[in-house]
Ligand binder design. Structure first.
Ligand code: ZN
Length: 189
């Protein structure tokens, strides 16, 4: 069994390491950096938004708010363009908390669907990679992020793409809306 949070804290708080970020081409920041002090564990985890389906904004959202929907899944996008060419979020129609909570039929569907959405985003052009991510520490309603990064910009590779998204200036809105529309059309086909 992994160590308890208290054991982790006791072992790690005075032993934090600074990784060689200056050697990482994809690291978005420069200058002198140091790790933040590690804070002690909390009594319990903070409740997530919409926990247990109570006041869940994703459950309450009408289909009109979404880019594409079917019987079991809905795909939405952020309100405004961000630094990466396209970010969409695929979520279950019903309220589930964790991937492992899905019944097998839905688990099989989401596998096929994530691959399909990834393929269609890549087909938009000038996309180097589509990162398919599931974190789930903010809102509880089960959702996957699909983050498209531009092609041929080596600094934007890998997991820091999620940070670069806040650093790069937003994509022109007209272009962004056109790509969303193309994606929706492809998924309806
Ligand atoms: Zn929900």
């Amino acid at each position: 069994m992994p160590e308890t949070p208290e054991e982790l804290y006791a072992r790690a708080k005075d032993a934090l390491r600074m990784p060689p970020t200056e050697e990482w081409e994809t690291f978005p920041f420069e200058g002198e950096l140091r790790p933040r002090p590690l804070l002690p564990p909390v009594e319990r985890e903070r409740p997530r938004l919409g926990e247990g389906g109570v006041d869940c904004r994703r459950c309450a959202a009408p289909d009109d708010d979404y880019l594409w929907t079917n019987e079991h899944w809905r795909l939405w996008h952020l309100e405004k363009p961000t630094g990466l060419p396209l970010i969409v979020i695929l979520e279950s129609r019903e309220h589930y908390a964790e991937p492992g909570d899905l019944p097998d039929e839905l688990a099989a569907e989401i596998g096929v669907l994530l691959c399909r959405v990834e393929r269609e985003i890549r087909a938009l052009g000038n996309i180097g990679r589509v990162h398919v991510c599931r974190w789930g520490d903010g809102g509880e309603h089960l959702h996957w992020w699909l983050l498209a990064r531009p092609s041929r910009v080596p600094q934007l590779l890998g997991s820091f793409a999620a940070i670069w998204d806040d650093i790069l200036p937003p994509v022109p809105e007209k272009l962004w809306r056109a790509d969303l529309a193309r994606l929706a059309t492809a998924l309806r086909a």
